[in-house]
Design a protein around this ligand. Structure first.
Ligand code: HEC
Ligand SMILES: [Cu+2]
Length: 360
């Protein structure tokens, strides 16, 4: 066979087949469910294809001109019409209900999912772990632990895909999108951009390292940049002057941000909205988008002043503000020493706020 086709093509085919490019391993909790539905659809399609092909062949032999030169006109058959309506209806309803159940499974992240941030840009994936580990075109995750990715693009549309986990989600500029999965097998898996995003789109690829929880802990401890995202956010909060309005003083111009994450706030139009990462990001860039009731709309926009990574830092910081404790500390820190951006002044990084810690 290799004599008839080009050696390069031959190598390519062999490589492709041996690496299961068509069918990646099932390495997440979702994968077997997604594959079951997929195989069901393939099976139904094959049965349908076989039935049609069989009938075409049988009828063309059985009713060929020599055997039946004159056509018989059938004016309608309720039984036949009912059969070809009801059987497909049942099949489509099964696919619909099955698909809907799978959809809910895929789109509802477990509440204990750990959150990792992904920033897509031409042409790389930047990964940020809350502990301050930064990676490019690589994603380290523990197995047997739900992981949620909060993703955003810095430029054009991208799409984040890990075939072995059967996950794929659009990564869009200006909006957080999330996807979750739980890896089941340690291993190294492909990571792709599956949205044509420019000339070097094909290089926007990387590897997912699924590790045992112990290995992951060891990796995380050894790869941190020293500051958690929240600590970076704390410094940004001070250097951008957020704390001039958002502080605990009685006549503060801005609302109290302690415990704001996950709470329901009322807007000036009477609507209630639950504060999530997307809300925080929108508010910083576009404060008039949802104005919080009871405050004058004086917050300036920070459009163009903070990078996507900076916004992630701020979001992580505000997310962890269980009380006013951290905000006051920021104020004290910024009063004591000028904030040096880019460097990590040791001593300004307060210890992680324990849950329930209150100001005193
Ligand atoms: C000049 C004062 C001022 C500054 C500076 C300011 N804000 Fe605000 N902020 C406000 C006011 C007033 C509101 C409420 C009205 C509104 O939503 O526009 C608000 C609302 C918010 C909210 C929504 C609060 C809620 O209760 O849901 C967040 C989050 C926020 N600001 C974050 C920030 C961050 C982060 C910065 C710095 C990058 C910042 N603000 C800088 C005045 C300010
Ligand atoms: Cu891309």
């Amino acid at each position: 066979m290799q004599h008839f086709i080009s050696p390069v093509l031959w190598q390519f085919l062999i490589h492709w087949l041996t690496n299961f490019a068509i069918f990646p391993p099932e390495a997440s909790t979702i994968a077997p469910y997604a594959d079951a539905l997929y195989f069901f659809l393939v099976f139904i399609s094959i049965v349908g294809l076989a039935a049609v092909a069989l009938l075409v062949v049988t009828f063309s032999i059985r009713y060929r001109k020599e055997v039946s030169p004159h056509a018989t006109q059938i004016e309608g058959s309720t039984l036949l019409e009912a059969t070809w309506t009801i059987i497909p209806l049942i099949l489509f309803m099964i696919s619909f209900v099955w698909g809907a159940l799978l959809y809910f499974r895929i789109y509802s992240p477990p509440p204990n999912a750990m959150n990792i941030y992904v920033v897509g840009k031409q042409w790389m994936w930047k990964i940020e772990h809350p502990g301050g580990q930064h990676e490019i075109n690589a994603l380290h995750i523990p197995i047997d632990q739900p992981v949620q990715l909060t993703m955003i693009s810095q430029d054009v549309f991208h799409s984040f895909s890990i075939p072995a986990f059967r996950v794929k989600r659009e990564v869009i500029p200006g909006r957080y999108n999330t996807v979750w999965f739980e890896a089941t097998k340690p291993g190294v898996y492909h990571l792709f951009c599956t949205q044509y995003c420019g000339t070097l789109h094909s290089q926007m690829i990387g590897w997912v390292y699924a590790m045992t929880p112990q290995d992951y802990q060891a990796w995380a401890a050894g790869s941190t940049s020293g500051n958690s995202l929240a600590q970076n956010g704390e410094r940004l909060f001070a250097s951008l002057g957020c704390n001039s309005c958002h502080n605990s003083t009685p006549n503060a111009h801005g609302p109290n941000l302690g415990k704001v994450y996950g709470s329901r706030v009322q807007l000036t139009n009477g609507q209630f909205i639950t504060v999530d990462g997307a809300f925080l990001r929108d508010t910083i860039l576009n404060p008039t988008l949802h104005e919080v009731a009871g405050f004058a709309p004086i917050m300036p926009t920070y459009q163009g002043q903070v990078s996507e990574e900076g916004l992630i830092d701020l979001v992580e910081y505000i997310k962890r503000l269980d009380s006013q404790y951290r905000i006051e500390q920021t104020i004290e820190n910024s009063a004591q020493q000028p904030v040096q951006t880019g460097t990590s002044p040791s001593g300004t990084s307060a210890p992680e706020l324990a849950p329930g810690m209150v100001k005193q």
